[in-house]
Design a protein around this ligand. Structure first.
Ligand SMILES: Cc1ncc(C[n+]2csc(CCOP(=O)(O)OP(=O)(O)O)c2C)c(N)n1
Ligand SMILES: [Mg+2]
Length: 523
């Protein structure tokens, strides 16, 4: 087998069936091996490496399975960089397959096509696990280790490099079998400590991040047992159904943080809360439960009753707090009205992909989320332009559900070229583009805090409807939440390709008073 054939066979053995990709001479032998894999492997090619990598990220987030992308070295790697660091920040299992110049010349600076100084060193700083495949027989082990590494310790992306003259080299290859995932044993002492602390505490707050998405049933049970509200931090939204009055977002989470005598943090760094909202004592947790949240919380549920007591329902109290918050949030009416239209049309299991735009910020506060993995937000990178291409990957991997991407006019043009990929691969994503002719968020800050000295934040836009139509996409322009509902219905009914809905909007009220909340505890 060639190195490339052994790599492809190993990916298939680990259950990967799609590669998001953009080819080039360094990887020609890899792409030929992908061709020869026939129906077993789908290749979804993008128009820019950032698109390929974001699509792999979206696919990984939607399926919670490892997904791969393949690109050329140098510019190909760097073009994919924003998506790769977002995968890192989101702990998403994305495998980057990166080409290399001829093996013997790596590090010698001759100026080969796409050569970049110390590519392996650059990759090493972007992901926790990386390696170079140097011979056919190494491929199965390295692919297996790469995939295993994505589920070890803090989850996240991995990368494999391979030189252009190694991909095509043939040699004997041992058996190709998937490497079993490593199971981290549950720390019984830590579970017992946590159960005692929680059982004795009076006002508990559960904070969920992206790492809680597979422990929805457990968090829901614990919330009821402890009568503990659950703060779905951006990536933790949907772990507890928004219809439960104990399900809260930032503003109520902030109130409850101030009052809490114990916090159960699940799959979150609680970075923002500790640094901005404050914490009384030291930063080390009273009990640290390390591993996958689902089995750990399941064990906690077993152990907790011995230490817990029947607790009075906090339903009414939380309903009152929710009502008060809704009154305050009415300030964001323009954003909320569009979000209500979207929620009304997006089925319960439909997936909403957030962006760094006015409607996105409001969605993190107030978009009702009913199921885990149905609200995808970019995590701490909060990188403009992630949304559209990531959502294409989500919809590509989950053809069975409706997927909706929102975007500003700023963010959309980062990867709008991937409309071509959406047409080519018949991806039925519906995108709602809110066009205010500005990097509106930046512009508002310049107006409010910099004496109206507006710089580099006004935008000159194309006619987005004609732009989308020129690719062959369905497109329309709507001007109100009511009109948006009709357009969404038409978009969701169309299953053969993408839909773009442009919504011209004006400046929107600032959401920041609900997001940047003051210190309410020590430190
Ligand atoms: C990669 C990246 N570059 C720059 C920024 C800074 N930034 C945050 S919001 C924003 C403007 C967003 O404009 P648009 O997409 O039109 O949304 P709007 O605020 O107008 O709703 C910018 C430039 C960022 N978050 N990420
Ligand atoms: Mg804008």
């Amino acid at each position: 087998m060639t190195t490339a054939e052994a790599t492809v066979a190993s990916l298939l053995a680990h259950g990967l069936d799609t590669i998001y990709a953009l080819p080039g001479v360094h990887n020609d032998d890899l792409f030929d091996a992908m061709f020869k894999a026939g129906d077993k492997l789908r290749t979804v090619h993008a128009r820019h490496e950032q698109g390929a990598a974001y699509m792999a990220l979206g696919s990984a987030l939607a399926t919670n399975r490892p997904q791969a992308y393949a690109v050329v070295p140098g510019p190909g790697l760097l073009n994919s960089g924003a998506a790769l660091i977002t995968a890192y920040g989101m702990n998403a299992p994305v495998l980057a397959l990166i080409g290399q110049i001829p093996d013997a010349d790596i590090g010698r600076g001759f100026g080969w096509l796409h050569e970049i100084r110390d590519q392996a060193g650059i990759i090493e700083r972007l992901v926790d696990w990386s390696a170079r495949i140097r011979a056919p027989h190494e491929a199965p082990r390295l692919v297996g280790e790469a995939i295993r590494s994505m589920r070890m310790r803090r989850h996240g992306p991995a990368a494999l490099e391979c030189a252009m003259d190694t991909w095509g080299r043939a040699g004997p290859v041992g058996p190709i079998e998937p490497l079993p995932a490593l199971q981290v044993p549950v720390d019984e002492d830590a579970v017992a400590t946590a159960a005692k602390l929680l059982g004795a505490a009076a006002r508990i707050l559960i904070v969920c991040g992206g790492g809680a998405q597979d422990a929805s049933a457990e968090v829901t049970e614990l919330s009821a047992m402890l009568q503990a509200p659950v703060l779905g931090f951006r990536r933790g939204r949907g772990v507890l159904d928004s219809r439960d009055p104990l399900s809260v977002t930032f503003p109520l989470g902030h109130e409850l943080w101030a009052e809490a005598d114990a916090v159960l943090a699940v799959g979150t760094r609680i970075h923002l809360q500790q640094t901005m909202w404050g914490i009384d004592e030291n930063l080390a947790p009273a009990a640290a439960l390390i591993g996958n949240s689902q089995p750990i919380l399941r064990r906690l549920i077993d152990v907790l009753p011995a230490h817990n007591r029947a607790r009075p329902s906090r339903r009414e109290e939380m309903q009152e707090r929710q009502t008060k918050l809704r009154t305050r949030l009415a300030k964001l009416k323009p954003q909320l009205a569009f979000l209500e239209a979207i929620r009304a049309e997006l089925p319960e299991d439909g997936i909403f992909v957030d962006e760094v735009t006015q409607i996105g910020f409001a969605s993190r506060l107030a978009f009702p989320v009913y199921k885990p993995r149905t609200f995808l937000s970019p995590g701490y990178q909060d990188n403009l332009g992630w949304g559209f291409a990531t959502a294409l990957g989500v919809q590509d991997a989950r053809r069975d559900v409706r997927v909706l991407a929102i975007s500003g006019d700023g963010g959309f043009l980062y990867t709008a070229n991937e409309l071509a990929s959406a047409i080519r691969h018949r991806i039925p994503l519906v995108t709602v583009l809110f066009a205010d002719g500005a990097f509106g968020n930046v512009r508002r800050i310049q107006e409010e805090r910099y004496g109206n000295r507006v710089i580099a934040s006004d935008l000159t836009n194309p006619d987005f409807v004609r732009f989308a139509e020129s690719f062959g996409a369905a497109a329309e322009r709507v001007r109100s939440p009511e009109e948006l509902r009709g357009a969404l219905r038409r978009g969701f009914a169309r299953r053969g390709g993408p839909t773009l809905i442009e919504v011209p909007v004006g400046p929107m009220p600032s959401p920041w008073e609900f997001i940047f909340l003051p210190k309410v505890r020590g430190r």
